[in-house]
Write a new protein. Structure first.
Lengths: 350, 127
């Protein structure tokens, strides 16, 4: 087989041409333009006599240096333009027998892959998606945000594990506390992962905690206008509800058959973005014993930290937690957006 | 052994003033406690750039640990200001280092959850 010398002076020239073709492909505005760029590249730099962009054929990497089918079909290289399934292929044909070098093969593969990406973007845009640059940037941005959320969550989990260890529980108690906290985090993340930029309904947050702790509706009362929480507010308030509920069951009002809990909130009349929330435990006449009050206060370590430190730091909230013979009383004032004017049942903006 | 080498080897951070900018309280407080236990003086923690600027104006830090996404706001303006004041700046973030824009991509970046030993080495190495 004769080796036909082509016009290439060096691999460097070829790489320069590849960079140029890649740039053109990234800016291509139609399927025809993609085919034209690939064809021009093949004819100019590989002396390809005929080059085709075939849609709807299985993806493939095939190269026949000595395949002969007709008089004019001496050598063919066929490359995939889609790695995920049937879409298209790029094929080049030479009338004269021709061998291509490994760098040339690599360059053709890159051109084919770039053409594949350009086609995917164009097809996506045809379905109403954004332009190529935005599409790539958005996918990249989503991935970065996803990484950040997962790593951030792991950092928080590590901090919570550390705080759980700090208290002298038995191994079983330790496991139960940690499980409870992780369940609460998982529940809240579950709400927030429903959609990008999802908001969480304050009432839903409270009800989910009571449900998880098997506290019946007649012992737990929740009332207030619709408030949608940002991710951060939902995480912190959700964890605070969890600690309060756990302690109410163990030492507080929910430890008594007749005891109950109320969570209620309202927007402040003067500043509608400001929400005042209270957690109030109630027991009938007898009340809690001094020992129970003490134990409650000690065991509210993480709850105290969440309410008196985390909420002010992260949400700029004003908050306090006090333990008395009636159980715990917690008051939190925080800022929330004004979505509450929306009628119930209508979905929040995403 | 030189003072710097000794400090690096033992992870001793006494004499370092370290500004912590982190919007998550639990993470910020653990980091503060760990740095203080090594002898460092902690400025902050600050949950946002505004409060961090205030702290840095009162007392110039030797080193600043910056979370990149502070409740939705990116920290790069603050990083630029601190760099202009020659404050050693280390990103502590959930973002991948590939997220860093040109101009910041050579600055040290530690991924969360932060490996404390690696962080201490970075702090000492830059002193």
């Amino acid at each position: 087989m004769a080796y036909v010398q082509d016009s290439l002076t060096s691999d460097a020239v070829l790489l320069g041409a590849l960079a140029e073709a890649s740039r053109e492909l990234a800016e291509a505005s139609s399927v025809e333009e993609v085919a034209e760029i690939v064809g021009r590249f093949g004819r100019r730099h590989f002396l390809i006599d005929s080059i085709g962009l075939h849609l709807s054929v299985p993806s493939c990497v095939e190269y026949w240096p000595e395949r002969r089918e007709t008089d004019t079909f001496q050598t063919s290289i066929q490359l995939p333009v889609n790695d995920a399934g049937p879409l298209a292929s790029v094929s080049g044909y030479w009338r004269q027998p021709r061998a291509i070098s490994a760098p040339e093969q690599a360059v053709l593969e890159v051109v084919a892959q770039t053409a594949s990406l350009a086609l995917k973007i164009l097809l996506n845009r045809a379905k109403g998606g954004p332009p190529a640059g935005q599409y790539v940037a958005r996918e990249r941005g989503r991935f970065f945000e996803f990484q950040r959320q997962v790593r951030g969550l792991l950092a928080v989990v590590r901090s919570i594990v550390r705080r759980t260890v700090d208290v002298p529980y038995s191994k079983e108690e330790y496991a139960a506390h940690l499980e409870g906290r992780l369940d609460a985090i998982a529940r809240i993340q579950g709400f927030l992962l429903r959609a990008p930029e999802a908001k969480e309904d304050l009432e839903e947050l409270g009800r989910a905690e009571f449900l998880a702790q098997a506290i019946s509706d007649d012992r737990a009362h929740i009332s207030g206008p619709r408030i949608l929480l940002s991710g951060k507010a939902a995480e912190t308030l959700g964890l605070a509800f969890h600690e309060l509920a756990t302690n109410a069951i163990k030492f507080g009002s929910l430890n008594r058959p007749e005891g109950s809990v109320r969570i209620f909130w309202d927007r402040q009349p003067k500043d509608r973005t400001s929400v005042q929330l209270e957690w109030r435990e109630q027991v009938e006449a007898a009340g809690l014993t001094a020992t129970a009050v003490e134990a409650d206060a000690i065991n509210k370590g993480f709850g105290f930290e969440l309410i008196e430190k985390v909420l002010p730091y992260e949400l700029g909230a004003k908050s306090s937690l006090a333990i008395s013979s009636a159980g715990a009383h917690c008051a939190i004032t925080f800022t929330a957006g004004l979505e509450s004017s929306r009628p119930r049942g209508q979905s929040p903006p995403l | 052994m030189s003072e710097i080498l000794r400090k690096t080897a033992t992870g001793d951070l006494s004499g370092f003033r370290i500004l912590i900018v982190e919007d998550d309280y639990l993470v910020a407080s653990d980091l503060s406690e760990a740095l203080r236990s090594r002898g460092a003086t902690v400025l902050g923690p600050a949950p946002d750039a505004r409060q961090a600027r205030k702290l840095a104006e009162q007392q110039r830090p030797d080193c600043a640990l910056l979370d990149i996404n502070l409740n939705g706001d990116l920290v790069f303006d603050l990083a630029e200001e601190l760099r202009a004041q020659s404050v050693r700046t280390i990103f502590t973030t959930g973002y991948d280092s590939a997220f860093l824009p040109p101009g910041f991509n050579l600055m040290p970046c530690v991924q969360k959850p932060v490996n404390f030993k690696a962080l201490v080495t970075l702090i000492c190495g830059g002193h």
